[in-house]
Design a binder for this molecule. Structure first.
Ligand SMILES: Nc1ncnc2c1ncn2[C@@H]1O[C@H](COP(=O)(O)OP(=O)(O)OP(=O)(O)O)[C@@H](O)[C@H]1O
Ligand SMILES: [Mg+2]
Length: 313
């Protein structure tokens, strides 16, 4: 096996879903109906992720991100194509695959609800047969990256969403897996908790050389964590490169920020190759009093929005 953590070739996943009809009559008809349609959730995706890489796997709602992750974790069997994770075909060799991976789904916890976190850790240590030394070393690393004391002796059910997410991430890395999948890990968290979680993920990726696949709708996560991003849309891969490359594609775009009389900032995205910025400023100045002007590089948020809107293809 080479340097590859994940290899997907021409990977597809279709779902057959019932065409539902409205009303009581419709529901009864549905009971006996064979009226199915096919949803191509993942379409001919080729992707190679190298060991130790951290990639942002992005795309609009319903793009097929979670479906891809479920195939990588062995929960779903692909309709066609090839997939290997650490040289293992996940859906065939689920047990072996599970030993090599960690998974966090932002919306739900994988931990034992009534157990204090430390007890969950001990269970995981035994399940994955982690040596006492490796276990203690990992706890030591955790302590160096984040303050774990407030959560360690708390049952998961008594935790805040932020504490639970933190605990889930710690649990996912505990057996030192080669690859960790994080599906929207910062969803619903406040700004300071997001920062804490991001630095924890970055620290673990760096210290343990863990491969990380991250899906998120939060461009702050992408800025903080991902050098490389892969974007899928309607099941198909539409972008795979580093974020700088993407921004240079939109090199002529700037965000013009104007501070108005009431101390609020007004933002406009401008394509310099088509619009004269001075003209925009002059026009605005005639309508309202401008107190300050800022011109900034296009943000990741705006770049991704443009891609989703189809302007890069
Ligand atoms: N079990 C299923 N049965 C039928 N259709 C499904 C199933 N799971 C997902 N789909 C469909 O597949 C498509 C991709 O869904 P998926 O959950 O992978 O999207 P996503 O990129 O994770 O979106 P989000 O950002 O909203 O989480 C959607 O059209 C969804 O409705
Ligand atoms: Mg999803």
């Amino acid at each position: 096996m080479g340097n590859e953590a994940i290899v997907m070739k021409d990977l597809c996943k279709d779902f057959k879903v019932l065409n539902r009809h409205e009303g009581l009559k419709g529901s009864i008809r549905d009971l006996f109906s064979r009226d199915y349609k096919t949803v191509n959730a993942v379409k001919n995706v080729d992707l190679t992720v190298n060991k130790g890489e951290m990639i942002g796997y992005l795309g609009p709602n319903g793009a097929g991100k979670s479906t891809t992750i479920k195939m990588m974790t062995g929960v779903l069997e692909p309709t066609s194509g090839e997939i290997t994770v650490n040289g293992v075909v996940p859906y065939i060799n689920r047990k072996k695959n599970c030993e090599n991976i960690g998974v966090v789904f932002g919306q739900r916890s994988q931990l034992w609800w009534s157990l204090p976190l430390i007890e969950s850790f001990k269970l995981l240590r035994d399940i994955y047969m982690v040596s006492e030394k490796d276990y203690q070393d990992m706890l030591e690393l955790y302590r160096s990256l984040v303050d774990i004391e407030p959560v360690l002796h708390k049952p998961v059910r008594q935790m805040s969403l932020g504490q639970r997410t933190l605990s889930d991430i710690l649990a996912a890395f505990l057996h030192n897996p080669d690859i960790v999948f994080l599906d929207e890990p910062t969803i619903g968290l406040d700004v300071s908790m997001k920062a804490k979680i991001r630095s924890l993920i970055a620290g673990l990726n760096e210290q343990k050389k863990t491969t990380v696949i991250l899906t998120t709708h939060d461009m702050g996560d992408v800025d903080a964590l991902c050098k490389r991003i892969v974007i899928i849309d309607k099941g198909q891969k539409i972008y795979d490169n580093n974020i700088e490359h993407l921004k240079s594609y939109f090199g002529s775009y700037r965000t013009l920020r104007l501070k108005l009389d009431d101390d609020t900032w007004e933002e406009t995205l401008i394509d310099e190759s088509r619009t004269d910025i001075m003209e925009v400023i002059n026009r605005a100045d005639r309508q309202k009093k401008i107190r300050d002007i800022e011109l900034i590089e296009i943000s990741t948020e705006e770049v991704i929005k443009k891609i989703y809107e189809g302007e890069a293809s």
